[in-house]
Design a protein around this ligand. Structure first.
Ligand SMILES: Cc1ncc(COP(=O)(O)O)c(C=O)c1O
Ligand SMILES: N[C@@H](CCCC[NH3+])C(=O)O
Length: 424
């Protein structure tokens, strides 16, 4: 919460009181801190630069899926960040935000021919191929375009990890990547084609990983494969180490620091003479954002349960409903008094619309403002208009200035998107 701090008894985003943003923009709203984005990118950049001998000129490619707002992407692009993308839409966002195409990696388990052709046409840095079937289609698409895009083979190292079963990606049964033996064959097959240029290997084993061991095991698989492929005469110049490093969500397991993580990667890659890429999403964005919300009312029931009913709901921040994720809740203008246990819920018509059960919180009343911390990654991007609740605005703060970087649609705009069938 470095850049979301109490000043004179009121929570600020950098130099801006959150109450001011709530007054002007309304609630709920996402609020992001430029200083935190810069700090997180800088920590990782410095760690990578300190290990240039082992990691080369490592690319940091922000995983756009974590927060795809154009101003957030532009903030990172200005720092030199690349982009890890999984759809044509994400590639277009990265380009629009000023990420040079040679810093864009195109990953994903199901790229359509149209998306692959688009990626080739704009000259992305590399396409991470995730299956034999995809390699065949990519070769066919590239042949039609008379191209030979750089590719990496995404390996499924059979090391799954992550904060929840639904966000583990590197286990044998997960849909991502190619098992090691098959990946070796795929690489040889790709090398034999004039229409793709294999440059390396990639992995990404899960998200919110708080232990270096599984990451190390996965990187060792890539290092070992690199040696074997080279022994077979193949060129391997890049290793894409994926994202996945966890962040501190208060109350949760403390993850290793970016410096420890990068040092571990450098130890594994040392002597291989490759250029590394990192694809952090959560690491850069999660703690750079809060979800600002207002208490609608407190329901004190005769059975003793106490519900804090907010104007934010599961459609705005899905992580608690989907992964039982913990997000700290803090009052924007804390009142004096002892803590009370609340069930914190939104107005959506589902019991799953529960942010927290029995959460001890300082005194709160109707119309008070609160924030959910750690909401800058996989927050706004995963939101929907369920229950016909319009998407909520996003605000970017930088020092004392702030801007609405995605406005709240009006109800008219929401309804106007749906033309009536002409027979109605
Ligand atoms: C290929 C790939 N790279 C990077 C990421 C970013 O992950 P994280 O936000 O955990 O760093 C993901 C999402 O998990 C991914 O699938
Ligand atoms: N959406 C997940 C992370 C998924 C990572 C993408 N592969 C979350 O909110 O934790």
């Amino acid at each position: 919460m470095h850049h979301f701090d109490l000043k004179d008894g009121a929570l600020h985003a950098e130099g801006v009181p959150l109450e001011l943003i709530a007054d002007e923009v309304g609630t709920p709203a996402y609020v992001y801190s430029t200083a935190t984005l810069k700090r997180h990118y800088g920590l990782l950049r410095a760690a990578a630069d300190a290990h240039r001998d082992a990691l080369g000129e490592a690319l940091i490619a922000f995983a756009v899926k974590a927060n795809s707002n154009l101003s957030v992407l532009a903030t990172l692009a200005k720092l030199g960040s690349g982009a890890d993308t999984v759809s044509e839409g994400e590639i277009r966002r990265a380009l629009a935000a000023g990420v040079p195409s040679d810093r864009i990696i195109f990953s994903g388990v199901g790229k359509t021919d149209v998306e692959m052709a688009f990626a080739i046409s704009v000259g992305v840095r590399q396409i991470n191929v995730e299956s034999g079937a995809e390699l065949d289609r990519l070769i066919a698409v590239a042949a039609m375009m008379d191209a030979s895009p750089a590719i990496a083979v995404r390996v499924n190292p059979n090391v799954g990890a992550g904060g929840h079963a639904k966000i583990t990606t590197g286990g044998k049964g997960d849909k991502f990547g190619v098992p090691v033996e098959e990946a070796m064959d795929l690489y040889a097959r790709a090398s034999a084609s004039p229409h793709v240029t294999p440059v390396g290997l990639a992995c990404h084993i899960g998200s919110q990983i708080t232990d270096l061991e599984p990451l190390k095991a996965a990187f060792e698989v890539l290092a070992d494969m690199t040696r074997k492929l080279r022994a077979q005469g193949h060129a391997v110049t890049r290793l894409d180490l994926g994202g996945g490093l966890g962040v501190p969500y208060s109350g949760g397991t403390e993850p290793p620091s970016p410096a420890e993580y990068v040092a571990m990667a450098a130890r594994v890659l040392n002597g291989l003479d490759v250029e590394a890429a990192f694809e952090p999403g959560r690491l850069l964005a999660a703690n750079a954002g809060v979800l600002l919300s207002q208490v609608i009312q407190v329901n004190e029931r005769s059975d003793g349960r106490r519900f804090l009913v907010l104007d934010a709901a599961m459609n705005d921040l899905m992580r608690p409903a989907l992964y039982d994720a913990f997000h700290d809740i803090q009052p924007v203008n804390p009142r004096e008094g002892g803590a009370t246990a609340y069930d914190v819920v939104g107005p959506v018509c589902e019991t799953g619309d529960t942010f927290a059960r029995d959460r001890e919180l300082p005194p709160l009343e109707a119309e008070d403002l609160i924030v959910f911390t750690g909401a800058g990654a996989y927050g706004a991007v995963m939101s929907s208009e369920y229950n016909s609740r319009p998407l909520i605005p996003e605000v970017l703060v930088d020092g004392d200035q702030w801007a609405v970087i995605r406005p709240r649609p009006t109800y008219e705009e929401m309804l106007d998107r749906e033309p009536f069938a002409d027979w109605l």
